[in-house]
Design a protein around this ligand. Structure first.
Ligand SMILES: *Cc1c(COP(=O)(O)O)cnc(C)c1O
Length: 370
């Protein structure tokens, strides 16, 4: 048995999961083993939804494996990376004992899944570097993970909402330090917008590394709910046993496969390029605005911005019909908003509103609009 399976919950190590009609490898012509209807629904024109879907649609899995340059057996397809996060926590953490380590301010689903599982949450805040922005303190993470018995360490790279990517050398060092103790999960939801390569490059050398990717952001398929966990094949097989029997709806698989076709991928690539250049343009212009304290360097498709009066900036944008993410309740971000990069026209509107209508609080109050 692979050593990686020692990181699973002891009580799940011999768990074989649900055995569905689809998991039996039988050969037949007339399929009467799953209580499906013998006729298609009239709304299902091509009958694609009459039968239960392939639990891991082979064509989609192969396309995703090619997209991320990994072997198909390293890849679990699920309902967005959110499902992968939840599965990882459920499969590795005994409630009340095994901790989940996160680096606030960061994407909230790691903490939500830990809470639902009853897994202690351990926080090692990002360090605010004047140049690099919000970056993890890898040495501190390693120490705390060992001391607190973390089973999972989530690194978000590029980070939401901070925007900074974690260097591969740091992921490598942390994974080696925690080998045999914890999984290091690198969430690359925004990987397409980053400068550097994916942590999937490190997988062959690091059995306790898991990389999460999704079609929700750069591939513009958020509603299709397709995300993947990429890791050791034995771990992936174990996660599959903990997953729902038919996690990928057939229409979603078909859409995702079409969305990964050659022409679609070329367009996705071009749009990623456009987002990257708009991001730099917008960051430069915002940094020059009065009332803006700091624009963090970003390798994602958003900017994290500190304002002298974030509340006024939020309300003013809202009054102009522009909805951005208020980050003021996030750790250390009491004066910050997260602004997604939109079309050039949308970004111009954001700049126009911020430059003409938002003033530092005192001035706004003097004008009676605060
Ligand atoms: C948006 C986001 C996700 C969610 O991805 P889904 O595949 O849509 O579930 C995961 N991680 C981070 C950091 C995100 O920002």
């Amino acid at each position: 048995m692979s050593r990686i399976l020692d990181l699973l919950r002891e009580d799940l190590r011999d768990f074989s999961g649900y055995s569905s009609a689809r998991s039996e490898s039988l050969d037949g012509e007339v399929w009467l083993n799953a209580n499906e209807s013998a006729w298609a629904n009239v709304a299902d024109a091509d009958g694609a939804c009459r039968r239960y879907p392939d639990p891991q649609p082979a064509a989609l899995r192969d396309a995703l494996a090619a997209l991320y340059s990994v072997a198909p057996e390293r890849l679990l397809v699920g309902r967005g990376s959110d499902e992968a996060i939840d599965l990882l926590v459920r499969a590795t953490c005994i409630p009340g004992r095994d901790a989940v380590l996160v680096t606030p301010p960061v994407f909230g689903m790691y903490a939500v899944s830990a809470r639902l599982q009853g897994a202690p949450l351990v926080e090692v805040p990002l360090h605010d570097d004047p140049q690099a922005g919000l970056v993890p303190d890898i040495a501190a993470i390693g120490e705390v993970a060992v001391a607190r018995g973390a089973k999972l360490v989530f690194l978000c790279s590029p980070s939401n909402p901070g925007g900074a990517a974690v260097p591969l050398a740091e992921i490598d060092a942390l994974s080696r330090l925690l080998d045999g103790r914890a999984l290091v999960v690198v969430d690359e939801a925004y990987g397409e917008f980053a400068d550097g390569p994916s942590a999937t490059m490190l997988l062959d050398a690091l059995p306790n590394l898991v990389v999460l990717r999704t079609l929700s952001k750069a591939h513009a398929l958020a509603a299709a709910r397709i995300g993947v966990a990429i890791g050791d094949p034995a771990l992936i097989a174990a996660l599959r046993r903990c997953q729902a029997p038919y996690p990928v709806p057939a229409p979603c698989a078909a859409l995702a496969l079409a969305g990964l076709g050659t022409a679609a991928r070329a367009q996705t690539c071009a749009r990623v390029g456009a987002v990257r250049s708009e991001r730099e343009r917008l960051a430069g212009a915002m940094q020059a605005l009065p009332g803006v304290r700091r624009v963090y360097p970003s390798e994602a498709n958003f900017l994290l911005v500190r304002f002298e009066d974030a509340g006024a900036a939020f309300e003013t944008l809202l009054a102009a019909g522009i909805v951005v993410r208020d980050q003021r309740s996030a750790y250390g971000l009491g004066d910050a908003l997260r602004i997604t990069i939109g079309t050039p026209e949308q970004n111009a509107r954001v700049l126009d509103v911020l430059s003409t209508r938002v003033r530092p609080a005192e001035m706004a109050r003097a004008r009676g609009v605060a």
